[in-house]
Design a protein around this ligand. Structure first.
Ligand code: NAD
Length: 490
């Protein structure tokens, strides 16, 4: 059994209320951990520690190369423990080991990427008239609240923690209350490498109390949030009190467009990968598949045939290709959407059931599911289901594909498959989304900005963009000939 405590001001402590929460393995429903269930008081203690640490300058005024050295050490230790951490991530989140191994490797690379960036030049000077000298410098924002969801528990944490610490901020991190296990390992590493007490704090607990306090507190200068769009809206409101800086990485209903001239087998393969990787619990999932009329029947038939052959099972079985959903509650939500799709008149082509055979009955497994004969105004086409449910839309030509692709409140990601390079670029340029792919789906890079248009968020994570989100810019104007202005005569 794993016991998880909050990490506040360099100390591991239980929730002030003494409450704890059971953490379940989504493949079996078994209790794997007891986590401190923090509330407002715990969040305030962590915010107070982060405030004191920031104001002391112990971290923000450290030489950039010294901060980088801590980040490199964190990366090394994560790498040394990669096998154990991916095993725990699979236990907690449910996704197959091959996915969590990838997540841990990506987390290691992210720490190294920002360790490398922090010591590079990041200010500018510009010419102004003599005798003035002008420059712009970047400074840390201050205390940053980092709130993440359950679908990539470690990776989403690292996408925020690495740039925030690199830039000299102090942090209060809140994992999802459903998946806090690997955060413990990450913060133990942060402690082991000697990051000063109070610089990095972690509080577990519900969004409504801990998360809301982080978003609302006037001692927090910035909140960086990844999660659902409705929660993002609440965070914007809570953050308004002290005009907190906010970055929001929210939901999506991303189109994946298949033209008739695409490489057929590759397009089928990526269409499956786009929706069923992570059991569809991926913000950028290609959850709306747009297929050109002339290949529609053949494409959909091949897709359904292959979807039904996906091996669904526990994430720790090396044979498993798709794991369970993260919780019973989330599974009920996804199954609810499948019922809504049927009621709306869409045709269920395959899947649609909870899998209960072959020892899966205690877990939260849902079959790879495909709906056809959909209409653009159906809820299953418009709303984020966040599960292994693909909705297919048919299109006539390029203009029709662009119109359907953009007919959404979201704007996170999009894919286009065609062997006509000019057409691919024409379409991508017209699509209102922040993350796009041509003839592939899902590759992400630490170097590239991650985030969305429209209701998919505000700001960008990763890359130089993600680093800048954790900085303020200050202009400094220096007078090189100091004498009175003479503006007033007396
Ligand atoms: P969620 O919004 O329910 O929760 C995310 C986090 O916010 C959790 O830690 C939760 O405790 C906290 N929270 C909840 N209510 C809060 C409040 N009122 N104030 C402050 N914090 C609060 O999301 P989820 O169900 O954990 O994750 C799924 C969602 O995350 C999906 O919509 C998905 O698209 C999105 N997501 C987006 C990205 C991206 O990069 N755009 C990446 C991963 C997941």
């Amino acid at each position: 059994m794993i016991y998880l405590q909050n990490f506040i001001n360099g100390k591991w402590i239980g929730a002030e209320s003494k409450e704890s929460r059971e953490i379940l393995n989504p493949a079996t429903g078994e209790v794997i951990a007891h986590a401190a269930d923090g509330d407002v008081a715990d969040a305030q203690a962590a915010i107070g520690a982060a405030r004191k640490a920031f104001d002391s300058g112990d971290w923000s005024e450290l030489a950039a190369t010294d901060r980088a050295a801590y980040l490199y050490k964190i990366a090394d230790k994560l790498e040394e423990n990669a096998e154990e951490i991916s095993r725990l991530e699979t236990l907690d989140n449910g996704k197959p080991l091959r996915e969590t191994q990838f997540d841990v490797a990506d987390a290691v690379a992210c720490f190294r990427y920002y360790a490398g960036m922090v010591s590079k030049p990041d200010g500018i000077t510009y010419q102004v008239s003599d005798p003035m000298q002008a420059m712009v410098v970047r400074e840390p924002v201050g205390v940053c609240g980092l709130i993440v969801p359950w679908n990539y528990p470690l990776l989403m944490a690292v996408w925020k923690i690495a740039p925030a610490l690199a830039a000299g901020n102090t942090i209060v991190f809140k994992p999802s209350e459903i998946t806090p296990v690997t955060a413990k390992w990450l913060f133990e590493i942060i402690e082991q490498v000697g990051v000063p007490a109070g610089v990095a704090n972690m509080v577990m607990g519900p969004g409504k109390t801990v998360g809301n306090e982080i978003a609302e507190s006037h001692d927090v200068d910035k909140v960086s949030f990844t999660g659902g769009t409705a929660t993002g809206r609440n965070i914007m409101k809570a953050a308004a009190g002290n005009i907190k800086k906010i970055s929001l990485e929210l939901g999506g209903k991303s189109p994946n467009i298949i033209f008739a001239d695409a490489d057929f087998e590759a397009a089928v393969d990526y269409a499956l990968f786009g929706i069923y990787a992570g059991a569809g619990q991926v913000c950028s999932a290609g959850s709306r598949l747009l297929v050109e009329d002339s290949i529609y029947d053949r494409f959909v038939e091949e897709l359904a045939d292959r979807a039904q052959k996906i091996r669904v099972g526990p994430g720790n079985d090396p044979e498993t290709e798709m794991g369970p959903l993260v919780s019973r509650e989330h599974m009920e939500k996804v199954l609810g959407y499948i019922e809504i799709g049927k009621e709306e008149g869409a045709k269920l082509l395959c899947g649609g059931r909870q899998l209960k055979e072959n020892g899966l009955e205690k877990g939260y497994f849902v079959e790879p599911t495909i709906f056809v004969d959909t209409k653009p105004d159906m809820r299953i086409v418009r709303e984020e289901i966040f599960g292994p449910v693909l909705v297919i839309q048919r299109f006539k030509d390029e203009a029709d594909a662009v119109r359907l692709a953009n007919d959404t409140d979201y704007g996170l990601a999009a894919g286009v498959f065609t062997n006509d390079g000019a057409k691919a670029m024409r379409v991508i340029k017209k699509i209102r989304a922040g993350i796009t792919w041509i003839n592939c789906y899902h590759p992400t890079y630490n170097e590239a900005p991650w985030g969305g248009y429209k209701q998919s968020g505000i700001g960008r994570g990763l890359g130089t963009y993600g680093y800048e989100e954790f900085t303020e810019v200050k202009q400094i104007n220096i007078n090189l000939e100091v004498e009175p202005t003479g503006w007033f005569s007396n």
